[in-house]
Design a binder for this molecule. Structure first.
Ligand SMILES: Cc1cc2nc3c(=O)[nH]c(=O)nc-3n(C[C@H](O)[C@H](O)[C@H](O)COP(=O)(O)O)c2cc1C
Length: 152
């Protein structure tokens, strides 16, 4: 049984390319074995991550991520049972929110800066879905798709 989860958090230190790369490397090391796919967004001091996969693995991973000292104020924005993945193509895709076209952010929020703490979880999910359409997500992993398909 598949679930989709979205949370937001605040970095405890400045978010650098190196700190994002280290999180992405850990995601690539663990998520394929867990059958978890998703997207990591960051901008300013905010992380926002969507995780999709089996209920057990997604909850297990979330509990591990919440304890990570690189961030705080972790708030779950959205959790639902799903029949199919929307972010199946990414072991952990990445989106630098500050590099997005501001018009995409303006469509979903009052100012061209995303504050997931201030908007509903559904709005943040809608933004992520739009990012798929606009090819704003980096790091599509064909190998993950093949691995997931062969597990079915
Ligand atoms: C914002 C954020 C997102 C993370 N996402 C993942 C993830 O998707 N998969 C993962 O394995 N670790 C993720 N981590 C890292 C975990 O919290 C944890 O440090 C890591 O899984 C431990 O890996 P290790 O045992 O190889 O050191 C994330 C950490 C942060 C701060």
């Amino acid at each position: 049984m598949l679930v989709r989860m979205l949370y937001v958090s605040r970095a405890t230190g400045p978010i650098s390319r190196a700190s994002v790369d280290s999180i992405l490397a850990q995601s690539r090391a663990h998520n394929p074995d867990l059958g978890v796919t998703g997207i990591l967004c960051w901008g300013g001091d905010i992380f926002m991550q969507v995780l999709e996969g089996g209920r057990g693995p997604v909850n297990q991973l979330y509990n591990q991520i919440v304890r990570d000292e690189r961030h705080k104020d972790v708030v779950m924005l959205h959790y639902e049972e799903i029949t199919e993945r929307r972010f199946a193509g990414w072991t952990m895709g990445q989106v630098h929110l500050e590099k997005l076209n501001p018009s995409i952010l303006l469509k979903y929020s009052e100012k061209p800066v995303l504050d997931p703490y201030a908007v509903s979880g559904k709005v943040s999910v809608a933004l992520l879905e739009e990012l798929i359409q606009t090819a704003a997500i980096i790091g599509r992993a064909e190998s993950t798709r093949v691995a997931l398909a062969s597990n079915q």
